[in-house]
Design a protein around this ligand. Sequence first.
Ligand code: FES
Length: 672
Amino acid sequence: MSDPLVLFMPSGKRGHFPVGTPVLEAARQLGVYVESVCGGRATCGRCQVSVQEGSFAKHKIVSSLDHISQRGPKEDRYDRVRGLPEGRRLSCSATILGDLVIDVPQDTVINAAVVRKRASDKVIERDPAIRLCYVEVEEPDMHKPLGDLDRLKAALVRDWGHAVGFDRLEVDFALIPQVQKILRAENWGVTAAIHHDNGEARIIALWPGLHNEAYGIACDIGSTTIAMHLVSLLSGRIVASSGTQNPQIRFGEDLMSRVSYVMMNPDGRHAMTAAVRQAIDSLIGEVCEEGKTARTDILDLVFVGNPVMHHLFLGVDPTELGGAPFALAVSGATHLQASQIDLSVNPGARVYMLPCIAGHVGADAAAATLSEGPYRQDEMMLLVDVGTNAEIVLGNRARTVACSSPTGPAFEGAEISGGQRAAPGAIERVRIDPVTLEPRYRVIGTELWSDEDGFAEASKLTGVTGICGSGIIEVVAEMFLAGIISEDGVIDGSLAERSPRIVSTGRTFAYRLKDGEPSITISQNDVRAIQLAKAALYAGVKLLMQKQGVETVDAIRFAGAFGSFIDPKYAMVLGLIPDCELDKVKAVGNAAGDGALMALLNRGHRREIEETVRRIEKIETALEPDFQKFFVDAMALPNKTDAFPRLSAHVTLPERKQPQEGEGGRRRRRSR
Ligand code: FES
């Protein structure tokens, strides 16, 4: 009879093991990550698993509680002292008696709470760069004059070298003066934090006795917002999340104005570096308070950001990023110590920054690429992160290309007459009746439309203060569908006879969206600003499609806050993105933050994105002769040359204007 078959879920790894093998040992042999701090002494409780009972025909396994050893004294003791949840076993103590399906609890599920309507939440398999390893070190012996530190290293290699995968250890210099005291404090029992990444294993922190807490930080440094997760490296659980405004905003709203600030002010770089580091340090304080975690238990930190944020955080002058050839000081992944960048966490804590893709496509785009994984699949996926600079990635398993495009701040509500950031009171949805040209809208903060009973009451608290990015996209798209603007983006003044909503502003016309105080009008300049922004984005996308030799894309992912609120249909009506099945266009929220989390919890993901970034072909839009043509074509709504057949199945676009036709000769129809 063959040895029992054990299947670990959710990894699906399986293998045969002799009766009596501890479950933890079987997991290790198969490369299934199960945490363990105490080294199998049944004291840390980190190695918990559960047995799935039943018949698993697909795997030819009948798994039963009779196929695992009964709870012994060690597990009973742990249960008495710390409590073992119902159905959980300590895998270091439980042994295999027969066929088993073992569930390894995965606490890290990203996106569950972050994005509405997320199709599939992803589980991150854990394999962090930091491991806590408890050992009992031999006492000193006059006959074996080996130093305390050397005996500690030998014990760690003996007990943990095989499981964690190292055969020699380095040690941080700062620990050497402390080692003797720490070893003696708890009778030669000591927990070492070992950082094992980048080809080296190193002791970075030491505690007397069993130390059972290790945390990490995953942080996305956006030009507007800094978002952070505090994560347990031992369970993978996100224990607290928070965000704050990037204080660099006071030096310049967008990236280029911050680069100019550095160019004009000799101390500007230092001031901006200090500001962002202080903001991050206080955010760490905030998440620690919320998660009831000591700063000194933070041992690993992962940061992502666009190239300018990345450089300023590292203290690098970003001036070179202000002009061609947009040279990065460093493009590869960066490893450093948190103490080198003034962060108050454990003195030995490590920092990992993801690689930047190119001078305008940063570590945030790399992180979003890691999270969405166009390179892991066959379909041609377009990933766009729209900010003042759009970062665009297009690819599949065979090939991935990337570029950035200067969309400007219009999508964020800047440079638009009634524009504002997405906040309560901002108009976020708009519909225009194609016959009467009367609008109705919805504002952030209430689910009611402006023409519904109770809207005035519901919006009393916030008021109707302006229009945000998603609202601007919808209003311009609706104006196009209602025939108020032509495919060239010109507001048709002749409609003023038909509707008081069309008003003259001198040489051009405007559309009055909201009366009263404040009144909100969409001017010809507003429409132009949106056309310029969307044309820049589309031209960048088109250039990447040309490089890939494709006419269409299979899936579109919008990363970032902007993408979470725009309606794919309207984005397509405007010609912001290429034609695609509507249900294949998805908002993925803070994909950069998700990517940072993946890199924090699994060092394999670090190697994966480093390798991917090396392979991504970087396209510089400014050097591409066709960019200008694509841009000009994309100024039209939705586009002068490109068709949108899949969108047309849902929306009847206004017929294209024929050159010989007069202004009044167009028929306009649409459906909802
Ligand atoms: Fe620590 Fe099992 S490894 S309790």
